[in-house]
Design a protein around this ligand. Structure first.
Ligand SMILES: [Cu+2]
Length: 206
């Protein structure tokens, strides 16, 4: 009996550790409350990539636009994008493209998003360096920033290339918030289901 209880408790802990994490960022034009879209962040476990999806409407802007996680949070309702600080760079590394390994880019370096002729950017990124789980690489409560220009990956030597990819000013930004729906709310539900199965099984044993 005690063994079954202990096994149940330890399995519940294992289950909790494996719950997927989900976050969102409502992206607004710099210094305004005008939303240009909401991004979804999803990570199924700490060793898998973070998926970033969504659509942003950047009317009249058609090109590659620098896309980074910056080190500080911003106001959720009316963000001042300058207040997001510099690139999220916990290991004090050089700026680089998204494809670079962890020693050759900032954790927050997500490269560029590409806008269509009408200004809409469809975002579908998988990144193995940013994290949603508690970690030095966690981007929860930091900011996602969209720039006016292209991030050159730090390779051109032009102006601010080595620090920011020379991506220019900040068009829009948003606070990256942990969403309770998948990361937290489902845990009790799933745990209760699991407990019910175990208790039913025990009824047959005893
Ligand atoms: Cu940036």
């Amino acid at each position: 009996m005690i063994f079954v209880l202990l096994a149940t408790i330890s399995l519940l802990f294992i289950h909790h550790g494996q719950c997927a994490m989900q976050a969102t960022a409502n992206v607004r034009l710099d210094g305004t409350s005008q939303s240009i879209g909401t991004l979804q962040f999803y990570q199924s476990d700490p060793s898998s990539a973070v998926k970033i999806t969504g659509a942003l409407t950047l009317s009249n802007i058609s090109s590659n636009l620098g896309f980074h996680v910056h080190a500080l949070g911003v106001s959720e309702s009316m963000p001042n994008c300058t207040a997001a600080g510099s690139h999220f760079n916990p290991y004090n590394t050089s700026h680089g493209p998204r494809e670079a390994n962890i020693t050759s880019r900032h954790v927050g370096d997500l490269g560029n998003i590409v806008t269509l002729a009408n200004g809409t950017a469809i975002i579908n990124i998988e990144d193995k360096i940013v994290q949603l789980y508690t970690s030095n690489q966690s981007i929860i409560n930091l900011s996602i920033v969209v720039h006016y220009g292209m991030d050159d990956g730090g390779s051109t030597g032009i102006k601010d290339s080595a620090t920011t990819g020379n991506a220019g000013g900040r068009v829009a930004c948003g606070l990256i918030k942990l969403a309770s729906s998948n990361g937290l709310m489902n845990k009790p539900t799933l745990s209760a289901l699991f407990l019910t199965i175990v208790l039913t099984f025990m009824m047959f044993l005893y």
